[in-house]
Design a binder for this molecule. Structure first.
Ligand code: BGC
Length: 398
């Protein structure tokens, strides 16, 4: 995989650089039976069902112990809308209290809280009665977001209002793969502008009430490039990919992001027949491992948006942990290069702390620094956990 030599691998990150890992509520908490994804699973649309997942909901202290052991200075987790508002307009005090305890526990450990308000899952009532393609969704989602700010804002260090909007919009409204399972361009455009409008409302509200919290989204931002940079078709496809996949939603919330949240996983080398990657290295689920691409996207993002950057997700599915240590080291090598070029990168979050429910793929893929035994729910840090721990301790490599 690597192009880096031994000497180049000695590097120290800036002081106060945030080191973290990410999870999401639906993928780890378990028993989110009021969620549209739960319904989706019962309808047989996923490979297996999420069930109790990692039971992070009740085992969170154990997982926070692991974070402390890792030396993480930040943790990214998400809130489950269907727990917080199980019925339309009825907010659950006990769920809010539980999230307060979780966040407080992180604070007590001196771990900064990076909190995603919506990581794709909605309450069943919302999906049945409204959905993001309906205009009322703006008011409903904005009400949820402002409620979070009121109830939990004092415990939030960074707010991520929406995780990777491209995924639920494209997969939910154009490809029919995620709830609500539509294949309808009109719905897609309506849902995109409604979600963006609600985002802007929540952004404005937090700026007014809790101005200290940086607010933004996390973006799945792929490295698109033409296979042959002299071929007009390749160039067009690469340009189009960027516009449609990377920039479509962001263009609707311009000027309303305090930081850029990057989720980097993919390299898309566009040839005449679409993506034509060399695939010298691929993960267990067939994704190309392409660490140098993170430098390219960091440069692009810096030029376009001129904002502080948090890398909020980067990781791979690797059940044997054979590639993960090098994967992390290689990506960080390019992140450091970007910092040396003056790009203001404030933190790196590995996806994921724990193995978890990988949406349509079910429990097959294993992204965790920590292995979960799904029979016993036992947690077992992998070798890469200790490699990452060492990097955090040294604030670098070498
Ligand atoms: C999502 C996660 C997902 C991960 C790996 C990201 O796109 O935010 O929920 O598990 O990628 O596929």
């Amino acid at each position: 995989m690597g192009t880096t030599n031994k000497k180049e691998r000695n590097f120290i990150f800036p002081k106060n650089f945030l080191w973290g890992a990410s999870i999401s509520s639906y993928q780890t908490e378990g028993n989110n039976f009021n969620s549209d994804w739960w319904k989706w699973e019962q309808e047989g649309k996923t490979k297996g069902k999420s069930g109790i997942a990692c039971d992070y909901w009740s085992k969170y202290e154990q997982d926070h112990d692991l974070l402390s052991e890792l030396g993480a200075s930040a943790f990214r987790l998400s809130l489950e809308w269907s727990r917080i508002e199980p019925e339309e307009g009825n907010f659950s005090d006990s769920a809010i209290r539980h999230y307060r305890e979780m966040l407080q526990d992180l604070k007590n450990r001196n771990i900064k809280t990076v909190v995603t308000f919506w990581h794709w899952t909605s309450p069943v009532w919302f999906q049945d009665k409204f959905g993001f393609d309906q205009k009322q969704s703006v008011e409903i989602f904005s009400r949820y977001g402002t409620k979070i700010s009121d109830e939990l804002g004092d415990l939030i260090d960074v707010a991520v209002i929406v995780n990777e909007p491209a995924m639920p919009l494209f997969f939910g409204f154009l490809l029919g793969k995620f709830p609500p399972g539509k294949i309808n361009p009109v719905s897609f455009f309506k849902a995109s502008s409604n979600l963006a409008e609600a985002y802007r409302n929540i952004f404005n509200y937090i700026k007014e009430k809790r101005s200290g919290i940086p607010v933004g989204i996390s973006s799945l931002y792929n490295f698109f490039e033409p296979k042959n940079k002299w071929n007009p078709i390749h160039m067009l496809l690469s340009w189009g990919g960027k516009k449609i996949w990377n920039e479509f939603f962001i263009s609707k919330i311009k000027g309303k992001m305090d930081y850029f949240g990057l989720d980097y996983y993919f390299h898309d080398r566009m040839g005449t027949f679409g993506i034509e990657n060399e695939n010298k290295k691929i993960t267990e689920i067939g994704w190309e491992i392409y660490p140098e691409g993170i430098l390219e996207v960091l440069r692009e993002i810096n030029m376009k948006y001129d904002l502080p950057i948090y890398i909020l997700e980067n990781g791979l599915s690797d059940s044997t942990d054979r590639h993960r240590p090098e994967f992390i080291t290689e990506h960080l090598f390019y992140v450091k290069k970007a910092i040396e070029e003056g790009i203001p990168i404030r933190g790196y979050f590995y996806w994921s702390l724990l193995d978890n429910f990988e949406w349509l793929h079910g429990y097959g893929p294993r992204f965790g620094l920590v292995e979960i035994n799904y029979e016993t729910l036992e947690r077992k840090p992998r070798k890469s956990f200790y490699v990452y721990k060492e990097i955090i301790k040294k604030n670098g490599i070498g």
